[in-house]
Design a binder for this molecule. Structure first.
Ligand code: GDP
Ligand code: MG
Length: 357
């Protein structure tokens, strides 16, 4: 997971302007940013990696190698000399001398860094992110906005699905879209062609959107009360799983050309999602793809997953997906109505108190 390297620092660009600005988050926290270049979002996200003084490898069989390094500058250890390819038996899952760098507390490996340090960095990044996500979610709930975070590998059909979803719903629903990609505004342009407002976030080297970026996008897009807010995350089945953006649901898209075992290979994403869209079902007659097995694999990772089999190009199965969105929007609008009723009651109460004085 990319939280181990803190990638994406200082490379984020958000469409929409080149000026210093100041914004106030829901809790009153104030951020000020100076923008030196056009559209350059110049503040740095936390996640600095400073030291490389030691690391521990935990192998599948439980063997742990700890290395202490007090080098400055280049980290010169030679992996070959650490004899990673052990000739003794590894744990159950790895009978053939396979290497598992996903064991240990950090569930990942970075050369030159201890697992403890990695866990600390990940906690720091995610707790900062979660603070922004909580503010985003509070704002969505206050304004009765239904927000979805679409996650998948590149090319599974996220943008195509969004375009078709917008075309089906926009007559009766205000919709705004955030597009995340490392480079280009291609997807935002595809969305804008439908008439819906869209904002592109380029993440540079970063492999996911975070809640801070989405907070900025919300300020620019100003989603309407009771509207639908769609976030297309950077195409990547790994990193976006860890980052809460404040959405109501993560929606994972798996297309039938990707293989039935992807939920087992990338379980974090399918565990984090509430819905899976199995897309490109129009191609099933031409492929050796077992849709039932793909669904079963996804449910092994996440038994509560709601699955819709769809084809964005033919429209097959889209009605159920659209009905699911309608239900979510209705729930958020009911919440908005409750918020308005509570505010009216509060105003009436204050007026009574004033009249009594
Ligand atoms: N056959 C078929 N192709 C699709 C479908 N949905 C998307 N595609 C194609 O898949 C490719 C990638 O789609 P895109 O929406 O850009 O994927 P993204 O990278 O996840 O946003 C494009 O060539 C789409 O036309 C579908 O339901 N069926
Ligand atoms: Mg796309």
């Amino acid at each position: 997971m990319c939280t181990v390297c803190g990638c994406g620092d200082g490379e984020v660009k958000i469409e929409g302007g080149a000026h210093a600005h100041r914004h106030v988050h829901a809790d009153g926290t104030v951020h000020e940013h100076g923008h030196a270049h056009e559209y350059e979002h110049a503040h740095s996200h936390d996640g600095e990696i400073a030291d490389a003084h030691g690391h521990a490898h935990t192998h599948a069989d439980g063997t742990t190698h700890v290395h202490e390094h007090v080098h400055q500058g280049e980290h010169a250890h030679d992996h070959g000399q650490h004899h990673h390819g052990h000739d003794h038996a590894h744990g159950e899952a790895h009978h053939h001398g396979d290497l598992d760098y996903g064991s240990g507390p950090a569930r990942a490996h970075v050369p030159g860094m201890s697992q403890a340090r990695m866990v600390q960095i990940e906690r720091d990044i995610l707790s900062k992110n979660d603070g922004y996500a909580t503010k985003n979610r509070a704002w969505f709930d206050e304004h009765g906005v239904f927000a979805l975070n679409l996650v998948s590998s590149p090319g599974s059909g996220k943008t195509t699905l969004l375009v078709k979803t917008i075309e089906a719903l926009q007559a009766r629903l205000a919709i705004a879209v955030v597009e995340g990609d490392q480079q280009t505004a291609n997807d935002a342009e595809r969305i804008r062609a439908t008439g819906a407002p869209a904002l592109q976030i380029n993440t540079g080297k970063g492999c996911h959107l975070d809640a801070h970026m989405v907070g900025h996008a919300m300020e620019r897009l100003q989603p309407a009360d009771g509207s639908l807010f769609l976030i297309e995350n950077v195409g990547n089945l790994v990193c976006p799983a860890a980052f809460d953006l404040g959405e109501q649901h993560k929606v994972a898209i798996l297309s039938v050309t990707e293989g039935e075992d992807k939920p087992l290979k990338y379980p974090d994403m399918f565990a984090a999602a509430d819905v899976m869209l199995l897309n490109k079902c129009d191609l099933l007659p031409y492929l050796q793809f077992d849709a039932d097995l793909a669904e079963a694999n996804a449910r092994r990772v996440n038994p509560k997953l709601t699955v819709f089999r769809v084809s964005a190009t033919t429209g097959e199965g889209m009605a159920d997906w659209l009905a699911w969105i309608d239900a979510g929007v209705a729930t958020q609008r009911a919440r908005l109505a409750d918020n308005v009723a509570a505010l009216k009651a509060r105003i009436a109460d204050l007026e009574r108190q004033l009249a009594a004085k």
